[in-house]
Design a protein around this ligand. Structure first.
Ligand code: SAM
Length: 266
């Protein structure tokens, strides 16, 4: 077995991360970035580094899962978006504007677009926009292309797949144009403040802050607060939390699902 194969086998055994779910190039890119940081010259040296520095395993796990996402990730959160949050703005303002921050390969904004499309099919005069941003240009291109392996859509019901995807001759699925038309994809670094997506009703910023320091997380909360309209919602990842310093900016709307509502600060 070559060094890379051995390392992948060790990763599967130790982290229980299935390397085969990723493209070989992706794994190599992520490993290279950790190898550079740890000063390892090749896969064998990095394997030795892992064996001698147990804390490196967690950093490697984070590096491998950095872009991981899925359609309707955390189904309960999307049910609240579908039944409570999005209908509220549609019925009260005939409008819905969402900023999906850290959108990765697009599954999150396309999930939101599917919900909006279904809630507005029989209504006219509703204006809807989703701004989807990420710092990683490669992943944004994948999001714009909107082409997914069949595994990515296997949990969606067939009616949804039929309505929103075209099956390609190679067995992959491409999201239909009506969903793409609802989304503006843009490169943006969340650490650089507010993007063009201002005055939105909902910000989803989920599973993004894994590498952020406490200070950066606080700045992010301030950025999201100022991007939101009065009464707007901030949907966090299930394991993310608001730092003490910025607690006053939001109240809990649904504490269990990590959905916050903006407090207006006088
Ligand atoms: C694990 S994915 C989460 C995707 C999706 N939000 C979800 O919950 O399924 C995290 C994404 O955040 C992006 N990201 C990390 N740091 C960022 C930053 N400073 N600005 C913008 N995006 C960032 C990464 O490129 C990655 O695509």
């Amino acid at each position: 077995m070559d060094d890379l194969k051995q390392l992948k086998a060790l990763i599967e055994k130790t982290l229980k991360v299935r390397c085969s779910q990723y493209k070989e190039e992706y794994i190599k890119r992520r490993l290279l970035s950790r190898m550079r940081t740890t000063g390892s010259g090749n896969y064998e040296e990095y394997t030795r580094y892992l064996n001698n520095h147990p804390a490196e395993w967690e950093l490697l796990r984070n590096a491998l899962t950095i872009n991981v996402t899925e359609f309707f990730r955390d189904a309960e959160v999307f049910e609240i978006l579908r039944k409570e949050l999005i209908p509220k703005f549609i019925s009260e303002h005939n409008r819905i504007r969402i900023w999906c921050a850290g959108c990765s390969s697009g599954e999150e904004p396309y999930s939101l677009a599917m919900i909006i499309s279904e809630l507005t099919t029989r209504k006219s005069g509703i204006s809807s926009t989703i701004y989807a941003t990420d710092i990683d240009e490669n992943i944004l291109q994948k999001a714009k292309d909107g082409i997914y392996e069949s595994k990515a859509v296997e949990k969606l019901n067939t009616a949804i797949i039929r309505r929103h995807f075209d099956e390609l001759p190679d067995g992959r699925y491409r999201v239909k144009q009506h969903l793409k038309d609802m989304i503006h994809f843009r490169k943006h670094d969340l650490m650089s403040g507010i993007p063009a997506a201002r005055y939105v009703d909902i910000v989803t910023c989920r599973n993004v802050t894994i590498y952020f320091t406490e200070g950066q997380k606080n700045d992010l909360a301030r950025t999201i607060h100022s991007a939101l309209n009065s009464g707007g919602f901030y949907v966090m990842g299930k394991t993310e939390y608001l730092g003490r310093e910025v607690e006053g900016l939001f109240s809990h709307y649904n504490a269990l699902q990590k959905i916050l509502i903006k407090n207006d600060i006088k």
